[in-house]
Design a protein around this ligand. Structure first.
Ligand SMILES: Nc1ncnc2c1ncn2[C@@H]1O[C@H](COP(=O)(O)OP(=O)(O)OP(=O)(O)O)[C@@H](O)[C@H]1O
Ligand SMILES: Cc1ncsc1CCO
Ligand SMILES: [Mg+2]
Length: 265
């Protein structure tokens, strides 16, 4: 995945406007839906088992975010992933707070094991915990740097046959033969809840148009986030400005501002 392929993937999202099914948390439903719309995709938030059988065949990707899960929702998440497998749809898993409780850790692992076409997107502490090592999180916030999660991420790539996106100051994208580092974004982004969840939702939009590395969404979120931060005095305006910069993001801005380093194995 290079800069040009990322630009092409963004164009594809805007042309195809893929429908993305999100089973996500109460905190970020609105941010994530607005982020998808600003990007040019089409969100649907749903979690009733009674409609998943009809919905999953219609969507381009399924995003599962365990942020506010309970036992009832876990059944829906498992049903959605099973249906995604049956219909050949990609799944993005956001293991929010993995490592903080055994419910979160076990559920994330079960969902990751179940999904056949999978991208895992988490912060460093979540990725470390998902791989079974001791992580330093504070609830849903990472206390580890992205580089500290690389070996855990590589383990997950093998274990779940997935691509892994570790977000943070650097976004590190790991796949079977590729290792990508993106250094956009801004240190103010973690002061708005659900920036990572929005990144996972956007990852679903790109997966729906065949971009299964996870890099394009991280690139777009990083550059749009950076641009939004440059005109935002604080988190309140950042949240709003991000929707505008995502909506306005063009090829030239990506070309000039995306900081990407690709290493192939
Ligand atoms: N220190 C930082 N510098 C630059 N960008 C950052 C920094 N921290 C996070 N980001 C960016 O913020 C976005 C969200 O990443 P983050 O790792 O904070 O997700 P998260 O912890 O899962 O967030 P949440 O759970 O609140 O949704 C990514 O695009 C990432 O690049
Ligand atoms: C704050 C919070 N708590 C559960 S999910 C969530 C949103 C960020 O992940
Ligand atoms: Mg998160």
């Amino acid at each position: 995945m290079n800069k040009q392929q990322i630009i092409t993937a963004l164009k594809a999202v805007r042309e195809q406007k893929p429908l993305v099914l999100n089973i996500t948390n109460y905190v970020v439903m609105n941010n994530s839906a607005n982020g998808l719309l600003a990007l040019g995709a089409s969100p649907i938030m749903a979690h009733s088992q009674d409609e998943l059988e009809e919905l999953v065949p219609l969507v381009g990707a399924v995003v599962i975010n365990i942020g506010t899960l309970d036992s009832h929702w876990i059944e829906s998440m498992e049903a959605a992933v099973t249906l995604a497998n049956r219909h050949g749809k990609p799944v993005v898993l956001d293991p929010v707070g993995c490592g903080v409780s055994s419910l979160r850790t076990h559920t994330s692992r079960r969902l990751a094991a179940l999904a056949e076409r999978l991208i895992i997107r988490g912060n460093a502490s979540e990725i470390i915990a998902l791989a079974g090592a001791a992580a330093n999180s504070k609830g849903v916030d990472a206390m580890d740097g992205s580089e500290a999660a690389v070996s855990a991420g590589q383990q997950l790539v093998q274990q779940y046959n997935a691509n892994v996106v570790i977000s943070g100051e650097a976004d590190i994208i790991l796949g079977e033969n590729v290792d990508i580092r993106l250094t956009n974004g801004h240190a103010i982004m973690p002061f708005v809840t659900g920036m990572g969840c929005t990144l996972s939702a956007l990852t679903g939009a790109f997966a729906a148009v065949g971009e299964m590395s996870g890099a394009a969404a991280a690139a777009v979120m990083g550059v749009a986030g950076e641009q939004a931060a440059s005109i935002s005095p604080g988190p309140g305006s950042l949240q709003l400005n991000l929707l505008d910069t995502l909506y306005r993001l063009d090829a030239e801005t990506l070309e000039n501002h995306l900081s990407i380093e690709v290493t192939t194995a």
